[in-house]
Design a protein around this ligand. Structure first.
Ligand code: KIV
Ligand code: ZN
Length: 513
């Protein structure tokens, strides 16, 4: 059985998804969960992109011990130095250097010849190797590169010290048959491949990322790169949970395995979905809510007689527990703490107390508190930003009737600690709330997207609202949870505004460095 290395890029390529912007605490929380999931490498970001990115990568590199942490760098000294600043404290400093190799990128983007690309790649890998124990090289747009040139680049960077050569399908163009042939060709023709492994990095533009990653493994790839829930640029990256479960279920065919703890998949998927605001479609392979729902009578009859008639993956395999009702209004702090640990949260005392209070308030109003409810409360509390003074909602009142004009009245605490109450109307309740908040924060806000989701089933379920706004020339997302959809809407909006304040504070700090 071959062991396939799993390289997770949720925090780098995944964070490049349109509308996704994670703050440092959220990135760290995801990184800790990826470590629990057992991925081999966590790509924590692109340190040269901004001071904030660098600090986030550094925090993750200094915290995570059981997965290797890496950061992306273009093939230049400045990027490599920024990566070193971020990663030098990690257990095994590792860098991911890339340059494009395809004719299209060489001619139009880089304006470089083949010789120049090889020279720059080698120079960068050698420079990186002076600092980093592990150097991975990526040939961007490799799958549209001449295979003979890829062999030349790979041999040169391996000689320069690279131990992983990544072959990205940057634009999601290749087919499974072609990528298998490409990896077989590279495996047989790269002369110094005893000193390195080949890696596949597939994008999903034509919906073939999982098939392509598995085909690359058949062709000789020793590492697969992807993201949780398949988030990423455009149509996303390969969903790592699909690759890992496919290798597990069909190990008779692939004869390969990973170090991933499959029963951590559901929790990882939930956390990434919650913190990025990218809701997982119900029919998504492995992790979708309907992945184990048997709807047709014929299927239900079959499953009742023998599960394996229609079920190839069990919910337990990916950590879906059937025991959903957990705590109630009589549950004490001790039981709550134990449940938090079971759900993977290690909250400091203050945050645990605040989360317990939120739980108690909810338990007064909601009969059954499920794992999903607790997960939502705990994740919100754990990732609450405390770096700058923020707007806080004190109370909200909305008047709505089919015959009158919706009006919202909101009391809030401003970042300077003063109290304010404002009211405004709108053509609907949510618009009235958002018009009122606009008065409170004193500035035009443009709502770009609004999504609502119920955390668990039932009429009394918690509502989770995701918004994307433009405020003070920045675009950012926010989320809010409450039992009432209007309160959740208000919280999501204020959360987005607060995230912008946080971002601006970071940028100011950067300007002073
Ligand atoms: O898709 C891609 O080519 C990338 C590289 C930077 C590895 O993400
Ligand atoms: Zn990519």
């Amino acid at each position: 059985m071959r062991k396939i290395e799993i390289f997770d890029t949720t925090l780098r390529d995944g964070e490049q998804s349109a509308g996704v912007n994670l703050n440092t605490i959220e990135k760290l929380e995801i990184a800790k969960q990826l470590e629990r999931l057992g991925v081999d490498v966590i790509e924590a970001g692109f340190p040269a992109a901004s001071r904030g990115d660098l600090e986030a990568v550094k925090l993750i590199a200094d915290t995570i011990k059981n997965s290797s942490v890496t950061g992306l760098a273009r093939a230049n000294k400045g990027d490599i130095d920024a990566a070193w600043e971020a990663l030098k404290g990690s257990a095994e400093p590792r860098i991911h250097v890339f340059i494009a190799t395809s004719p299209i990128h060489r001619e139009y983007k880089l304006k470089m010849t083949q010789d120049e690309v090889v020279e720059r790649a080698v120079e960068a890998v050698k420079y990186a190797k002076e600092k980093f124990a592990k150097v991975q090289f990526s040939a961007e747009d490799a799958c549209r590169t001449e295979p003979e040139f890829l062999v030349r680049v790979a041999e040169a960077v391996i000689d320069a010290g690279a131990t992983v050569v990544n072959i990205p399908d940057t634009v999601g163009y290749i087919t499974p048959k072609e990528i298998k042939e490409l990896f077989s060709y590279l495996t047989s023709n790269i002369k110094n491949l005893d000193k390195a492994i080949l890696s596949a990095h597939c994008h999903d533009d034509l919906g073939m990322a999982t098939a392509n990653s598995l085909a690359a493994i058949e062709g000789g790839a020793g590492q697969v790169e992807g993201t949780i829930n398949g988030i990423g640029e455009r149509a996303g990256n390969v969903a790592l949970e699909e690759v890992a479960v496919a290798l597990h279920i069909r190990n008779d065919f692939y004869q390969a395995t990973t170090g991933m703890k499959l029963n951590e998949i559901k929790r990882t998927s939930n956390l990434v979905s919650k913190l990025t605001g990218m809701i997982v479609p119900a029919n998504k392979a492995v992790i979708g809510d309907n992945a184990f729902a048997h709807e047709s009578g014929i299927h239900q009859d079959g499953v009742l007689k023998e599960k394996t008639t229609y079920e190839i993956i069990t919910p337990e395999l990916i950590g879906v527990s059937s025991n959903k009702l957990v705590l109630g209004k009589h549950s004490g702090r001790h039981a709550f703490k134990n449940k938090a640990i079971e759900l993977g949260f290690e909250l400091v005392e203050d945050k645990l107390n605040e989360a317990f209070k939120t739980f108690k308030d909810l338990a007064d109003k909601k009969k059954e508190i499920t794992d999903e409810d607790l997960f939502s409360i705990l994740a919100d509390k754990q990732t609450e930003a405390t770096d700058v003074s923020q707007y806080a909602l004190t109370s909200i009142q909305v008047q709505y009737g089919t015959e009158n004009i919706p009006t919202a009245t909101i009391a809030a605490v401003l970042p300077d600690g003063s109290q304010v109450t404002e009211a405004a109307t709108g053509s609907g309740s949510v618009e009235a709330i958002y018009n009122t908040i606009e008065r409170i924060i004193d500035g035009p806000v443009k709502l770009l997207d609004y999504k609502i989701n119920s955390v668990s089933g039932g009429r009394d379920a918690l509502a989770e609202v995701y918004v994307r706004i433009r405020f003070q020339e920045s675009e950012i997302s926010g989320r809010g949870t409450a039992q009432d959809v209007l309160e959740a809407s208000a919280r999501a909006y204020l959360n987005a505004v607060n995230r912008i304040l946080s971002l601006k504070a970071q940028q100011k700090e950067k300007a002073h460095i």
